[in-house]
Structures are given as C-alpha cells and as structure tokens.
Ligand binder design. Structure first.
Ligand SMILES: C[S@@+](CC[C@H](N)C(=O)[O-])C[C@H]1O[C@@H](n2cnc3c(N)ncnc32)[C@H](O)[C@@H]1O
Length: 278
C-alpha cells in the first residue's frame, strides 16, 4: 500500500462553522472565482434534462446554482455551513421555487440526488474526512447518480485548500464509483490552469459502501497492515483508512460481518472496529 501524505500540522486547525463564517465576514474568500467555473459550465450546457435533482455542497456564492437556474433547472439544493453566506443566498433566491438554500453540515444532510456538483468543497475539508466524504456522497446519490466537478491535482504549502493527486483519489473512490471522466482539465479558470482534474463519477449500485470507526492504530505501518488484512476478507473490494486512523471506508460486493472484521484485526488486542453508518 502506498504511503500517503498527511496534513498533520494543518489538521490541527478547526475548520468548523465559525472558521468558515469568519472567512465570509472578513471577506477572506480567495477561493471565490466570481463566476461559474468554466468546466462545470460546459458540463451543465450539455445536460439534457432540466428536472434532475441537483445538490451543491459547500456552495459558497454558488455561481453554479445561479447558472443552473438561468438554464432552466428546476430542482436545485445548495447547502453551506456558514450562516453569513447562507443568509445572503436565502435573500437572493427568496422567491425562487426552483432552488432550496440550506444552512447546515453536509455530513448531516439526508436526501437523494441525481447529480452532485463538486466545486472547491472536497479541498476545503480536513483530509481526515475524505473517507466520510466518499461514504456520504454514495449515500446521497440516487441509482445512476453522478458526482461531477473539480478536484485539485496539486499539493498546497498552506491549507486549506488541501490538494491531492489522481492516484490518491483513485484509491479513495475506487469500487464505490465508476470513473466516467477523470482527466486533467484543459478549460480551468485561469488561476487554476493545469492544476485541476475534471471528474464525473457514477455511483456503483451493486456494492456496499460502509464507514467504520477504528481505534488503536498509531502509525502508517500499522494502518497498512490492518488495511491489507481487511482487504483479504471475502467480498471486500477496497479498504481506505483516514489519515488520523480513526475511520475506515470498506467497499464490498456483499455485507461484511462486523465480527469477521474484528477477528481479522484481533492479532493486536488494542484494535477495535465499530460501524458508523447512520
Ligand atoms: C473553499 S469554499 C468554496 C465555496 C464555493 N464552492 C466556491 O467554489 O466558491 C468551501 C465552502 O464549504 C463550506 N463548508 C465547509 N465545511 C462544510 C460542511 N461540513 N458542510 C457544508 N459546508 C461546508 C464553507 O463554508 C465554504 O463556503
């Protein structure tokens, strides 16, 4: 298993509601493109059915939603954790029945969507939440549902944003999603030229995607051993552990018994696994 970079220092900062709201209140919104991102605009232009249900998590100023409304889409939901930006959007779209603006945490949101648009949300989250993000995305999508959008194909010196590589994302999303598009973007907004991957990932339905809490691991070596052992269990397709070793995403083609998982890791008495799905 490959060694992945961990954001040990950066993860110490709380990237919570207060942090993000502060960014809006003090106008420190360097991520804001001021327009719909060109690759996403192109994708929207090619969509045929304006009645599909669409979610934009971590929406910020959500030029994407504005463009969708302009194109006649009728079932758009945007969600953000920062009250300041959400109040602004709620006022802006007050009389528009085609868009729902939610103040809330993406990880506590429950519904089903045909399409989820990723635009600098994944990179805003602490990397320790990446396994949970994949699990949640899979849960929120309808059959044949898609995540589309952009992921950074670079590492940053200071965070957020938190970057990554195609290889890293492949290991994270594989088997839970079919990669329909996963390429370096050739039409990114100028400041992000050659640093983004355009993704179109389709939810796999014949698999089970589960999230577990894990206790007892303290180093990458142990994480690799544990992941490899779980991966040898029947029906397991992919195992991905968070960089703080607290959560593990398991994709399988049939349900895996918790007892089998616990037995597999019981060679070390301090290891403990429990299901986190809700
Ligand atoms: C880097 S900004 C991107 C905003 C917008 N997508 C854009 O591209 O301009 C990240 C956004 O995610 C929101 N956010 C962070 N964590 C969140 C969470 N757990 N649930 C919902 N929104 C969240 C922040 O408030 C912020 O608006």
């Amino acid at each position: 298993m490959e060694e992945l970079q961990c954001c040990v220092v950066s993860c110490e900062r709380q990237l919570d509601k207060n942090y993000w709201d502060n960014q809006y209140q003090s106008n420190k919104t360097g991520w804001d493109l001021g327009e719909v991102s060109p690759p996403i605009k192109k994708y929207i232009d090619e969509l045929q059915n304006c009645n599909i249900s669409i979610l934009i998590p971590g929406c910020g100023n959500t030029y994407e939603a504005e463009y969708l409304l302009h194109k006649g889409f009728t079932d758009i939901t945007v969600i953000d954790i920062a009250p300041t930006i959400v109040e602004k959007l709620q006022e802006k779209f007050l009389s528009n029945k085609n868009i729902k603006v939610i103040l809330g945490d993406f990880f506590e949101h429950y519904n089903k969507y045909d399409l989820i648009i990723e635009q600098t949300f994944f990179c805003a989250l602490p990397p320790t939440l990446r396994q949970k993000y994949v699990y949640k995305m899979h849960q929120l999508l309808n059959i044949d549902g898609l995540i589309i959008g952009l992921l950074f194909n670079r590492i940053f010196e200071t965070n957020p944003p938190f970057g990554g590589s195609k290889k890293e994302y492949e290991m994270l999303f594989k088997d839970a999603f079919v990669f329909k598009q996963f390429d370096v973007c050739n039409n990114s907004a100028a400041p992000r030229a050659n640093t983004e991957l355009f993704i179109e990932f389709k939810k796999k339905i014949a698999v089970i995607v589960d999230l577990y809490g894990f206790e007892g691991i303290t180093c990458n070596g142990c994480m690799n051993t544990v992941s490899q052992k779980i991966a040898t269990l029947p029906n397991v397709l992919n195992v991905s552990m968070s960089t703080n070793y607290a959560e593990v995403l398991i994709v399988s083609n049939e349900a895996v018994l918790l007892q089998d998982l616990q037995n597999e890791i019981s060679y070390d008495a301090k290891y403990f696994i429990k299901k986190l799905n809700s």
